[in-house]
Design a protein. Structure first.
Length: 204
């Protein structure tokens, strides 16, 4: 039997590092609705090539930008009160700065050249990050501008379901619907789903 060669993390995905991101927002239009919460978890690999979420995570509440449209229907889903005095939200500028510092630290520790955003319907999350960047006049980002790993697509292939809660059930990953739509919780679950799908390839 030919022994499988275990690739280091900086060679596994063409030099890119998967970083799972989830955003909570005040609607679905990145240019008009507010980014209200963002979380991220970088992925690492062990000596056997198995993917696991890094222990260190990133999460912050974000101040709605001036003039943002706040959709009540969106707030009913994520239960965010944008003007709550104890949200301790950061400005978009500071939120992106801290997010990118987290990602760059993970890139340095793994030797990867750039990050790929992993998300459930990933272009939605990337769109809100990039819209906030534009408002803040930030041009440099550790994330690839348009390439992503979309776990909705991955879940459809590996588990036969594209909705996150249904895919997690098929993957036998615990999911508490009462915790859903909190950015860090959804990021953790998306990271688990991504890792399980990728790791299943090791036993094929």
């Amino acid at each position: 039997m030919t022994e499988k060669r275990v690739l280091p993390m900086n060679k596994r995905f063409d030099g890119y590092l998967p970083v799972v991101v989830d955003v909570e927002t005040s609607g679905v239009i990145a240019e008009k609705n507010a980014l209200l919460e963002v979380a991220a978890i970088a992925i690492q690999s062990d000596a056997e090539g198995r993917m696991t979420p890094m222990e260190e995570t990133f999460s912050t509440h974000v101040e709605a930008f001036e003039g943002a449209i706040i959709e009540e229907e969106a707030l009913k889903i994520n239960h965010i009160v944008p003007d709550h005095p104890f949200r301790f939200a950061l400005s978009e500028q500071e939120s992106l700065k801290e997010l990118f510092l987290y990602v760059n630290k993970a890139l340095k520790s793994t030797g990867c050249r750039r990050a790929l955003l992993v998300g459930h319907n990933a272009h939605f999350d990337l769109g809100f990050v990039r819209a906030a960047m534009k408002r803040c006049k930030i041009t440099k980002t550790p994330f690839h501008d348009f390439t992503v790993f979309d776990t909705a697509t991955i879940a459809g292939v590996f588990f036969g379901k594209t909705i996150l809660a249904k895919a997690l059930k098929e993957a036998n990953i615990e999911f508490d619907k009462n915790e859903a739509h909190a950015a860090l919780y959804d990021t953790r679950k998306t990271a688990e789903l991504f890792c399980q799908a990728v790791n299943s390839l090791l036993v094929c």
